[in-house]
Design a protein around this ligand. Structure first.
Ligand code: HEC
Length: 138
């Protein structure tokens, strides 16, 4: 005889598996930009780009992420501080990301500029290359 409680557990387990398994409501795989963001920025700026108050700034509703691409690139690649990001607002320190490839930086920063409620223009690999050249000339 099958214990009715066991049968109930089996039904619940089956529906949980159906909901989580392949073909269920599994989320779509992340885009390349989302993956680059997750690997390089998410730990500090958080999944939703909201940052951590007083420690790391949000990447939405702030000027640098959606502003002049040259300022954004100078900051993210080389830590060149834009005027709109006065020193001393945040306890955290941001590493520099100039070691990422032009393609990866373009994909990553275009993702940031079109996520978290942002609607700014894309960054191309050529713009990243230009920012490197401008930095070298300084
Ligand atoms: C270790 C934590 C950390 C990581 C990782 C990090 N950041 Fe930051 N980020 C910060 C902090 C802290 C600041 C503010 C720094 C300051 O004012 O000195 C900042 C500032 C910024 C700003 C300026 C925001 C504003 O208010 O204008 C942008 C844009 C930005 N980060 C983008 C990125 C991107 C893109 C990545 C991933 C490639 C990234 N950050 C990774 C900590 C981090």
């Amino acid at each position: 005889m099958i214990c009715p409680r066991l049968a109930l557990i089996a039904v619940v387990a089956a529906s949980v598996l159906a909901a989580c398994g392949p073909g269920g409501t599994a989320a779509a795989p992340p885009s390349p930009g989302a993956r680059l963001y997750a690997n390089n920025c998410l730990a500090c700026h958080q999944k939703d780009g909201a940052g951590v108050p007083g420690v790391q700034p949000p990447l939405a509703a702030t000027p640098v992420p959606v502003g002049d691409p040259r300022e954004l690139l100078g900051w993210v690649l080389f830590g060149e501080r834009p005027d709109s990001l006065p020193r001393g607002q945040y306890a955290g320190v941001m590493p520099q990301f100039g070691y990422l490839s032009d393609d990866d930086l373009a994909t990553l920063l275009s993702f940031v500029r079109s996520s978290f409620g942002n609607h700014a223009s894309a960054i191309t690999p050529a713009m990243v290359a230009e920012a490197r050249a401008a930095h070298r000339a300084r």
